[in-house]
Design a protein around this ligand. Structure first.
Ligand SMILES: NC(=O)C1=CN([C@@H]2O[C@H](COP(=O)(O)OP(=O)(O)OC[C@H]3O[C@@H](n4cnc5c(N)ncnc54)[C@H](OP(=O)(O)O)[C@@H]3O)[C@@H](O)[C@H]2O)C=CC1
Ligand SMILES: O=C(CO)COP(=O)(O)O
Length: 336
């Protein structure tokens, strides 16, 4: 029987790490949050605010922050990680010696590492030398600011080991946040990575000014693209039609809170990739994972017209007004 953990740590005090810390604290856990900037840790401890990332949100007094990894990780039963995907490996290198050897480590991230093409759970396993029963991932329709306002939602916790997933889900459940469990780590992670890329495409369409038909076509074909890719890498199709696939695809593509959607909208309005990166103050993972995703797709022969056209808009070889990945004909016989 899984037991509810009481001592948890969260690495990364951006919008998601801080919000998830609140979810855990409101679920009854004692939470230590790592903020790499001491002044942010000070603001969280004294003002119970993180004004950079969650303006207007009051944080629970039970949530404590620190910029020292050792102090944050001491005695942690669960360690949640919410840093930008491309910085995970370096952050783990710094944290590894302080992470208790029996802790379960949970990825809250939605990216693929450039160069190695690894999922976040793979990077965690490699860097910390731990196996599947000590690793979990969390994903779902989880726009941070909505959750920080305690608007109700749900998530999926996946681990190779069901008891691990259940243990994490017990900690990550409260009156406004419900965690479901499964054992499909691959499908759950891939859903989170790929919906970001489709959300960029929808943002481009919005920025250009096209309408609901275009968006509905791309969303529907996007789900097929996400599912084909996930299945090619060993994920289960039903995971992609659940919260970690369709659910997150809808939330991210529809919301102006989404950084991926916002980045796409700016591209659609004619801003260059460089301008968009300079404008974004928070992490838009879809922009960094598009190249590794296309490499992985090519390696398994998965057709990804949406991801391909987003990449072409990013590198300036496709005019955003010509975005119409659902009109590409190479997979027409199977398309629906
Ligand atoms: N925001 C959301 O709604 C959700 C986000 N996610 C995922 O969570 C992950 C983290 O995203 P999110 O919290 O939104 O990102 P943010 O941009 O809001 O915050 C990133 C955090 O990581 C810290 N950080 C640590 N190391 C580095 C580094 N080397 N470079 C840059 N920042 C660093 C930042 O510190 P500092 O403040 O000092 O820069 C900051 O605290 C992403 O994979 C995202 O896809 C998943 C679900 C929801
Ligand atoms: O993952 C998210 C919602 O589930 C957050 O999306 P963005 O990173 O696009 O803001």
């Amino acid at each position: 029987m899984p037991v509810r953990p009481t001592r948890v740590a969260v690495l990364g005090a951006g919008s998601w790490g801080t919000t998830f810390s609140k979810v855990l604290a409101d679920g009854g856990a004692s939470v230590m949050l790592w903020a790499r900037r001491p002044e942010l840790a000070h603001e969280i401890n004294t003002g119970h605010r993180n004004s950079d990332y969650l303006p207007g949100i009051n944080l629970p007094a039970a949530l404590r922050a620190d910029s020292r990894l050792g102090a944050v990780l001491e005695g942690a039963e669960l360690v949640f990680v919410a840093v930008p995907s491309q910085t995970l490996r370096a952050n783990l290198t710094a944290a590894a010696s302080s992470i208790p050897s029996d802790a379960i480590v949970v990825s809250l991230m939605k990216g693929i590492e450039q160069g190695t093409l690894k999922r976040m759970s793979e990077v965690i396993g490699e860097e910390l030398g731990i196996g599947g029963a000590q690793i979990a991932v969390a994903s779902g329709p989880n726009l941070a600011l909505e959750i920080a306002k305690q608007w109700p939602t749900a998530a999926v916790i996946a681990s190779d080991d069901l008891v691990t997933a259940q243990t994490v889900a017990l900690a990550a459940t409260n009156k406004y946040f419900r965690s479901f469990v499964n054992t499909d780590v691959i499908g759950t992670e891939i859903g989170g990575v790929l919906k970001n890329i489709v959300a960029v495409a929808i943002g481009i369409v919005d920025g250009v000014g096209y309408g609901e038909n275009t968006k509905a076509s791309i969303l529907t074909r996007g789900l097929a693209e996400m599912t084909d890719f996930a299945v090619a890498y060993g994920g289960r199709p039903e995971t992609l039609s659940g919260l970690a696939g369709l659910g997150d695809l809808i939330a991210t593509s529809e919301s102006s809170l989404s950084r991926n959607n916002t980045a796409g909208r700016l591209l659609g309005q004619g801003y260059s990739f460089g301008d968009v990166v300079a404008t974004m103050k928070q992490t838009a993972e879809g922009l960094a994972s598009i190249a590794p995703v296309l490499e992985l797709a090519a390696a398994r022969g998965v057709s990804m017209p949406i991801a391909l056209q987003v990449a072409q808009v990013l590198d300036g070889t496709l005019d955003p007004r010509d975005i119409a990945p659902h009109l590409t004909t190479d997979d027409l016989p199977q398309g629906e």
